[in-house]
Design a protein around this ligand. Structure first.
Ligand code: AMP
Length: 399
């Protein structure tokens, strides 16, 4: 059974073709600069390692997906003889609000309309995700279209966690509450972590720390999300590449009233110019770490703040969970930076967390334990795989 996974952004389209059972990735690729004068295509055949890269004009997502379809069918490297072999297309959709608390088969214009009605909650992401579904319905007409939501894993948050202390009507009439994001990643690494330790995922308590360009943490109790650091949008919580995480919301009033910024400028400042970029001029953590090593004071401040915020959430989530089986690090920074993991776990004996320096600095690409033998809490590095998790969820709906 062949399953195509699509992650459509406003000017990009990422894809992977899986074969089930076996969960084998046949091809993966990315089309960038959709709508610009010259687009860029990267397509890799995972089985042979062969890849192609070229520039081509890609005016819209429809043309982008037609390009993907023709690459799948092309010549000796064809992975399908006919697009009808693709049984389902799994789509990453950022926001499902309360309406979509599980992966959902999208089979009608009415359902697309329901999805479009949620776009006000994620205007930067959902419209592109929905375009991906629309064009996929046309290009892969025989395939089932399944939406998998970043918010779905967090639909188990209790109301005293997801509500904000603002007038009730803002929730009842406009859905203003915390939703949480990176759900597909947190769900995947929590289950992987439990299975790696030989524990039942349904009895597993973990603090999952996703540190990529976007960063978030989730308290997972008995396999379910019970608290998470992002809220209504993916801006709150941890310090990220270009987003600030938690701050006093009055700051926005100050920007608007005193500094006379319009809302577009405030939006841009908070989503694109804050976080590590705002503090130290770069959103790539590797660059900041180089400056840190050269004693650059702003890079040092940024790293201290970044680590401190994560530690603060660990403390909070240890209380939320009561018993913590594992701390899980994942995504670009979490999987690759021994330095950040060490900073996060430093002097946490009080919580039963004791990192092993040597295990921490060994760099492999597989799931591994990095705690000392007498650490009460396991510390794991689990490489995330959101595409695989979307494929798993898609297949579950087919059988
Ligand atoms: P992601 O969004 O998961 O692709 O993660 C992107 C982030 O991971 C960027 O900030 C990168 O700088 C960071 N990253 C990737 N590799 C490393 C590394 N070896 N050390 C520190 N940060 C890294």
């Amino acid at each position: 059974m062949k399953i195509l996974i699509l992650n459509a952004g406003s000017s990009s389209l990422k894809y992977q073709l899986f074969e089930f059972p076996g969960k084998k990735v046949l091809v993966s690729g990315l089309i960038e600069k959709i709508g610009e004068t010259s687009g860029r295509v990267k397509h890799k055949l995972t089985t042979s390692g062969d890849s192609v890269e070229y520039e081509i004009q890609v005016p819209n997502h429809q043309i982008a997906l037609e390009e993907v379809a023709s690459l799948l069918l092309k010549g000796e490297n064809a992975v399908v003889q006919d697009t009808s072999e693709i049984e389902a297309v799994g789509h990453r959709v950022v926001h499902g609000a309360e309406k979509f608390s599980a992966p959902t088969l999208i089979h009608s214009e009415d359902m697309l309309e329901e999805l479009r009605n949620l776009s006000y909650l994620a205007p930067l992401h959902n419209p592109a995700n929905i375009t991906g579904i629309e064009v996929s319905m046309r290009v892969f007409q025989n395939a089932k279209q399944i939406a998998v939501f970043d918010t779905a894993f967090h639909q188990t948050l209790p109301s005293h966690v997801y509500r904000y202390a603002i007038p009730n009507a803002l929730y009842t009439e406009h859905g203003l509450r915390a939703y949480g994001f990176h759900g597909t990643s947190h769900q995947y690494v929590a289950r992987e972590g439990a299975e790696f330790l030989g524990m039942d995922p349904g009895r597993f308590n973990a603090i999952s720390i996703h540190l990529g360009n976007g960063c978030s943490m989730t308290a997972v109790k008995e396999g379910k999300s019970v608290d998470t650091s992002m809220g209504l949008t993916p801006m709150g919580g941890l310090i990220m590449g270009s987003r600030p995480g938690d701050f006093d919301p009055s700051l926005i009033l100050f920007l608007a009233k005193t500094l006379k910024m319009d809302l577009g400028e405030v939006d841009n400042l908070l989503n694109k110019k804050s976080g590590l970029k705002g503090l130290a001029g770069e959103n790539d953590l590797r660059e900041i770490l180089k400056r840190y090593d050269n004693n650059h004071p702003l890079a040092q401040l940024a790293i201290h703040m970044y680590i401190y915020r994560i530690r603060k959430y660990i403390g909070a989530y240890a209380v939320v969970l009561g018993k913590v089986d594992a701390l899980i690090f994942t995504a670009g920074v979490g999987e690759n930076s021994a330095f950040i993991r060490e900073g996060v776990c430093k002097d946490l004996d009080i919580l039963g967390i004791k990192l092993d320096q040597q295990l921490n600095s060994a760099n492999t690409k597989t799931t591994r334990e990095i705690q000392q033998a007498d650490s009460r809490v396991k510390v794991l590095v689990v490489p995330t795989n959101e595409e695989l998790e979307i494929a798993n969820e898609t297949v579950k709906l087919l059988v």
